[in-house]
Design a protein around this ligand. Structure first.
Ligand SMILES: CC(C)(COP(=O)(O)OP(=O)(O)OC[C@H]1O[C@@H](n2cnc3c(N)ncnc32)[C@H](O)[C@@H]1OP(=O)(O)O)[C@@H](O)C(=O)NCCC(=O)NCCSC(=O)C[C@H](O)C(=O)O
Ligand code: MG
Length: 297
């Protein structure tokens, strides 16, 4: 399966970036899931050495990284490894073993120094693999602007870790995530300000398909590029949700047509069916249409 590329839907830039709507966590101690993951079409696969693996299995889990990366080579997915934190007994060895991946996910990033430390360790192994930071503690949320600004460390994106965050905040994660929304918005804003990917947190009730779709739509409305996932059933609905729907494309085409109309030549703002539409909306509409067509805006 070939990876999908679209222009990053950031209207300030027209660079081509890989589409990452779905990032599926796959426990490193689950051989069946690792094999199955290769055929699920997720945009990113994350071999998880951290929370999905108990302390007794950590060393064995690390041993299967190279084989898994090779098994996933033809999957078309971006192949990532989530390592244990640098403050654990396993973090340093994990980082070394993960240096051949296409992305390394660092859990519970709380300060810029966490990124610099990981980068210099990886550099010492000759690896320029991009880093992704999970923001999942109150300190991490408060520091998210500084963390996201450390793009010189090869930072590619931020992921919201809603389970750890809700636990640490002692807040509820039900009621449409009302208590988490300000923190999710802060993570999103930090990523957007620095041109990074931003992925929403996981949805634990993997048999509740309607609830999952509702939460995925909410994440998209917040501005996230995609969602982190825990189960194969969540891949397809995520892809459905995180791409422009026909109504959005149709409206974008009408905005472009309206500004192309000679009657509107030179206007900065127009009336389109009772909505005020500005030239910034024109730029966004062009970006959306070219994302749909796979061309540069
Ligand atoms: C949640 C699960 C334990 C459920 O597993 P299971 O009971 O096996 O579910 P199913 O019987 O419905 O599984 C159907 C088949 O799908 C395969 N499967 C299941 N999950 C995955 C997966 N993640 N990737 C690939 N394949 C998967 C099963 O093997 C079945 O296959 P088959 O036998 O052929 O039918 C399980 O889904 C699971 O372990 N999920 C991942 C959990 C995980 O990684 N957790 C840690 C990351 S989330 C996190 O930490 C977020 C963050 O840090 C935070 O703080 O929020
Ligand atoms: Mg976590």
């Amino acid at each position: 399966m070939a990876p999908c590329y679209i222009p990053f839907p950031d209207i300030r830039k027209s660079e081509m970036k890989r589409l990452i709507r779905s990032a599926l966590f796959v426990p490193a101690n689950n051989a069946r899931a690792i094999e199955k993951a290769a055929h699920l079409g997720a945009d990113m696969l994350v071999l998880d050495l951290e929370d999905a693996v108990g302390p007794d299995d950590k060393d064995a889990a690390r041993e299967i990284i190279a084989g898994t990366l090779s098994l996933w080579q033809s999957s078309g997915s971006l192949r990532a490894v989530r390592v244990n934190g640098a403050d654990t007994a396993w973090g340093a060895a994990d980082l070394r073993a993960a240096s051949q991946a296409e992305a390394v996910i660092l859990p519970k990033v709380e300060q810029v120094g966490d990124l610099h430390a990981a980068r210099s360790t990886l550099n010492a192994y000759g690896s320029s693999v991009p880093l992704w930071a999970m923001i999942e503690t109150p300190r991490g949320v408060l520091q998210s602007a500084a963390i996201a600004g450390a793009t010189g460390t090869g930072l590619g994106g931020l992921m919201a870790g809603v389970n750890d965050l809700a636990l640490a905040l002692r807040c509820a994660s039900d009621q449409d995530r009302m208590a988490l929304l300000p923190h999710l918005a802060q993570i999103l804003c930090a990523a957007r300000a620095n041109g990074l990917y931003a992925l929403d947190g996981v949805y634990n009730q993997f048999r509740d398909h309607e609830g999952f779709r509702r939460e995925a739509r909410q994440g998209r409305a917040l501005g996230f590029d995609g969602k982190t996932l825990i189960h194969p059933d969540q891949v397809e609905p995520t892809h459905d949700c995180f791409q422009p729907d026909p109504a959005e494309l149709e409206r974008a085409a009408r905005i472009v047509a309206a500004f192309t109309d000679p009657a509107n030549a030179g206007k900065g703002v127009i009336n389109l069916d009772g909505d005020m539409v500005e030239r910034l909306h024109l730029d966004a509409a062009r970006a959306l249409l070219s994302a749909g067509s796979g061309n540069d805006p």
